[in-house]
Write a protein that binds this ligand. Structure first.
Ligand code: SF4
Ligand code: ZN
Ligand code: ZN
Length: 308
């Protein structure tokens, strides 16, 4: 298959990727160009951040977050990486992830901020989950990651935090929220969550790009990333929703993009009202971070662990 853009310019370059739902075959150069243009388009469409704002990019060491850091850096934004070292020993995951992030930060010559959970709190994420009697490590991990992103953004004076969530993540999250009719979550699901009540603005510039596209972008740019993923990922229920959507996508190309885009356009404004009802924030009595309870859930969890 030939690159469509090269062909239109009278050149016969072979395509390295075929984007089925866009019916687009592209060579390396034009795929990278297309990918970065899509990223910039999402940033502008949802007014995620302005050129003069510094952006904190949450990086795990995986393909999505490192591709995001790379794309934003190439697009000329002032980026800083932020990595949370979770203390996961299985497969040497946390240590390897940190090394990958460090090497990447050196490659692009941008600073990497690191928060080491075990050093700062005294426990790994698995110990925290176990000690608080929660079987689902991922949901505890999600709470701690969100908390730390907000805390570091606040302390280091960042108004924007960017994450590498892609279309596969967003459509799977949407499906899971719809399945349980989580009205508050449906109201909150958006490519940009505004800066509010002490929380930094959260943005997802890859929300319309698929996992296949982010991994291709990483590989074509020679980005070294963690291929194994976290050993706890097998427990994540989002996998089942992703598989269901992959089946639908295979049968009906474009389903994922349509599902998510039409939700943003038609349904999400209806659920937004729920969001306003739910969020009444005050400061946590211990750490001062915004919370709906007198003490935030992270401080409560840590308190309980220390009392054991
Ligand atoms: Fe955290 Fe679960 Fe992701 Fe591992 S798979 S990093 S435990 S959310
Ligand atoms: Zn081309
Ligand atoms: Zn707190």
């Amino acid at each position: 298959m030939l690159c469509k853009i090269c062909k239109s310019k009278g050149r016969r370059n072979k395509a390295v990727i075929y984007l089925r739902h866009h019916r687009l075959a592209l060579c390396k150069e034009h795929f990278i160009e297309w990918f970065e243009r899509q990223t910039e388009k999402a940033i502008k469409e949802f007014k995620m951040f302005r050129r003069e704002e510094k952006v904190l990019v949450a990086v795990s060491g995986g393909k999505d977050s490192l591709s995001l850091w790379f794309a934003l850096h190439r697009l000329g934004y002032e980026t800083y990486g932020f990595h949370i070292s979770l203390g996961i020993e299985g497969w040497n995951y946390s240590q390897k992830s940190l090394e990958v992030c460090r090497r990447f930060s050196e490659r692009i010559g941008r600073p990497l901020l690191v928060f080491n959970l075990k050093e700062e709190f005294g426990y790994s994420i698995e110990e925290i989950a176990e000690g608080s009697g929660r079987k689902d490590v991922c949901s505890v991990c999600g709470t701690f990651k969100r908390y730390l992103m907000n805390k570091i953004a606040r302390e280091k004076d960042f108004r924007v935090v960017a994450t590498g969530h892609n279309l596969d993540d967003e459509s799977a999250l949407l499906l899971s929220n719809v399945m349980r009719w989580e009205l508050g979550y449906l109201g909150r699901q958006y490519p940009v969550l505004p800066e509010e009540g002490g929380f930094a603005r959260k943005v997802k510039p890859f929300c319309f790009l698929t996992e296949k596209e982010t991994v291709s972008y990483a590989i074509l740019n020679g980005i070294e990333f963690m291929e194994t993923g976290c050993p706890n990922a097998k427990e994540a229920t989002s996998k089942t929703y992703k598989q269901a959507l992959a089946f639908l996508e295979h049968e009906m190309p474009g389903t994922k993009l349509r599902f998510y885009k039409e939700f943003l356009r038609k349904a999400r404004p209806l659920f937004e009202k729920e969001l306003k009802k739910e969020l009444e924030l005050n400061e946590c009595e211990i750490c001062g971070m915004p919370t709906t309870a007198p003490v935030c859930s992270v401080c409560r969890t840590l308190q309980r662990l220390r009392e054991c």
